[in-house]
Design a protein around this ligand. Sequence first.
Ligand code: FAD
Length: 475
Amino acid sequence: MMFKRVIVWFRNDLRVHDHAPLFNAAQKAEEVIPVYCFDPRSFSKVELALEKTGNHRAKFLLEAVDNLRKNLRDRGADLLLFLGKPEEILVDFAAKIQADAIFFSEEVTSEEKKVESKLEQQSWKLGIKTSSYWQSTLFHILDLPFPLSQTPEVFTQFRKECEKFGKIQKTLPCPTKIPFPNETFDTIELPNLSTFGLKEPLKSTRAVLEFIGGETEGLDRLQAYFWDSDRLKVYKETRNGLLGSDYSSKFSPWLALGCLSPRFIYEEVKRYEQERTKNQSTYWLIFELIWRDYFRFIAKKHGNKIFKVQGIKNNEDNWIRNESLFWKWAHGETGIPFIDANMRELNETGFMSNRGRQNVASFLVNDLNLDWRWGAMYFESMLIDYDVCSNWGNWMYVAGVGNDPRENRYFNILRQAQNYDKKGDYIRHWIPELAAIPGFDIHQPFELSTANLKTFGISLGSTYPHPMVKFKAWV
Ligand SMILES: Cc1cc2nc3c(=O)[nH]c(=O)nc-3n(C[C@H](O)[C@H](O)[C@H](O)COP(=O)(O)OP(=O)(O)OC[C@H]3O[C@@H](n4cnc5c(N)ncnc54)[C@H](O)[C@@H]3O)c2cc1C
């Protein structure tokens, strides 16, 4: 054995399958001590008095940590919990228990990197070794067919090169027995939402799925979507849907916290292709996972530019900063049903479809001309699948400050509604006060006469808002 005691610091990799630090620690150390640290900075208030981690996301995280602890206990180990700055509290702990190394997974963006490098510095000062592992993507960073600095700016080129010359490594087996010391350690109980000053979210009866954090639930979702309901074979046709659990995989919340490994999903797609069907849809799920990789490598390549108003393109800052307009958007009170329904879904569940995200984001940046970062910050607070690279990358893309060669990312909201919710069922689901309006008219109550609206029990400005903007371009 190379090491006596190794601490495995879990971050956004809350699983035991395909876990490089855990796998390596179990191979190289006599004793393995898994830890998780709740960092108070992740629960602070940011601009616009937003919670950096809102209650839906925090709840999902707590469930994921709890489940990880259970999965580690099932393998003879435990998960020790801490509350504080990892670079201080974990290093102190490592020194106290005389650990010789800390293994962890590498992140890419600045806040996470700062923590990582401080932890490395502090550890080295005390003679504690550190090893970081790359593991969040489908393609390992070392298997990219180009140096990181040469990552293609355009997605199609990135994807083609990865598909042609990249390599996807096999998943790592999960250690069946983890050598945990027979000793009690000083740790905390699992926190609850009130520890972070957050309220328990109300249970939604309208949610597409009951999202519960953790590896076990993530694996169950994969089993349900691929194997039980057999929906992978129609993914490409259904993925732009808005209602119901199975129009898309819904893997994103589990991927974001690392409860599911993208390589495991890839291997399951390959197995499905062998045992069931291989078609455009099975390919398309992998295609979407490559988008995820793309945003991660672009974030690593461009550093903090992805958080700057000018973006990667260094565009001029012509954005408006009007809080009253912003909050109407955020609260789903724009008076444009397709936008409001999506924002209500986000606020009530912490999830929104990809189609919905593109529309509400385009509305914020193109129709309201509001600072795109406000939208990104709101999503960061709200989304249970918040992923720093995918979120900021997609927002940059919609805002036209990313590296998209297509100039105009303008979404005509009514045309989108025509294409994706022609009968208005999505609006009826989320805005019941408009439900009586038949057919597509539900998307444009502002086009109906006051008398007509009255027959449906609706009064604009009272039971539902007047539209905050209305564009000729939409009709
Ligand atoms: C403005 C905006 C913000 C977004 N913020 C996030 C975010 O914070 N976290 C996040 O995971 N996704 C984000 N997305 C991408 C996408 O909307 C979600 O990944 C997707 O809706 C999740 O649902 P699903 O798992 O059912 O996706 P599926 O359609 O089943 O796709 C499978 C997986 O592929 C990946 N994927 C699909 N589309 C994208 C995409 N455009 N970019 C990156 N990865 C993708 C996801 O990991 C997803 O789970 C954002 C998109 C937009 C337009």
